[in-house]
Design a protein around this ligand. Sequence first.
Ligand code: SF4
Length: 539
Amino acid sequence: MVSDPSLSREYNNFPLLDFLPCAPSGPVPEFVYNFLKGHRTPDDNGRAVLAPYALRKLESALLAKNRREDVVVAHEHFASSFIKDDTEIIGVYTMDPLGLGPLTMSYSILFGDQSKAWVRIEFERLLKKLDQARKGKKAKIVVGGPGVWELTVMPEMMDELGIDLAFQGEADDIINEVLEDISSNAIYDKGYFQGYQSFDEGFHKQWVKHDRFITRMRNSKQFPTLDDIPLIQGPTVKALSEVMRGCGIGCDFCEVTLRPIRYYTPEMVKHEVEVNAKFGRNSAWLHSDEIFAYQHGPHFVPNRDAIMDLFRATMSVKGIEYTNPTHGRISIPAGFPDLVKDISSVVRAGPERWIGVQVGLETGSDRLALEHMPNKTLPLKIGPDGSWQQIVAEGVKGMNLAYWRPAFTVQVGQMDETPDDNWETVAMVNRLSNMDVGDSPSEFTVTPMQNVPLGLIKSRTFTAELLDESQLAVYYACYRHLAKMIKRDAVRDSKGNLAKRTAMSMTLNLGGWGLLHFIEGMCKKRGLDLEKVKRYGLD
Ligand code: SF4
């Protein structure tokens, strides 16, 4: 098994740099990309020392039924050397193989699709190497992971890259059977759905037949239970450990909410954190799609005891000095700021150690928030507890006072979106950007994500002309704030010795400045009133 190389690096552990591979290769030349993504050396045998969490899960599942020497998680540069005459399967894990994810698309549209995104370049390079190395051998190339949907949009790329099959769905409990069935050509007789699951423009699930895809069958067990999920045995990239799957909040654009909810126990989490700590990691990154929903109560009231137990268990692991969650919703720090402060005291957050967490705000518009994500504010409610923007502002205060710095995302091109909704998003970004929390300016980043209809993706005609004035204004407001944050925080947040920190902060400042000026130029060309964008919502 091997991972798409964009998922196997730690990007110098600089906040938001994990998004770097979404950038197009034209404006981000290879030497800059390589410097920012960081190095990763393999072990003496060419195996990955750190691997993406999902690969570690599959490795554990395979080890339950196979010998250690027959299961390899390879470093991407050495994967070819593991392909022998008797190799049956080469498994590739990927998240955004063709660069069709929302952030990658936002850059493709901004810059026009004249240069491929780094995610796509990395994936294609890897697949071409693997395909070359297996020539004349029986090994089959099988791709899995959350990025498989992109191959369903461009299945012709499977031939070009030598991919035999793509597997869709969680596979922790059935990976041994799936791989055996593929290698013995019995996969089509074993009750899997021969095709893929997709969503139409109204986000209704569809089943599409296709002989190059395999999906867990709709009428049989579609997901592993908690008991079926093995614990990792090797260290993970970014010391990531999962704490739950599924979410349940029910936003109408989100596939995660359709999965059953499975909560890991604190003991399970502790065990996985120990695996990373034994490898020498001093931090743990707790993954969920919504940490505040962990074991939640009625109306999504956070379960303080369960959440605190989870963080305490993590911090009790010998060698762990700090911990942060990957994702959380903003209404909890707004309505329960003491909970966030209590977590901070357990995980030792402070002025020198901020907690980074991704938060999906999606919009500044009450109307769109109520239409697409009415539960995301629970247990608060838009109306009785203020507008969505007021809840967000309270949430930023609650987070910043506890030394949490949210990395927000907002969507552009949502279903039923109007220009007024986008201007509300501009107003929200400006208000938050100019807000003080205590004696300090607010701390957050905000990144626009582009929703592109499938028809347009297939036509591959990406250009900023697709954005109307209000959408362009959202981009400008977000990247204007980002440039401000980089200028303020890049030196502080860079890691390594003085020379490396200086080089990192200079590169990032230049990148932030360049991106802002590029968008500014585009806005001027389109006649967008930049002063209006800068002031919108503030007067
Ligand atoms: S809260 Fe986040 S993970 Fe949960 S349904 Fe909404 S968007 Fe999806």
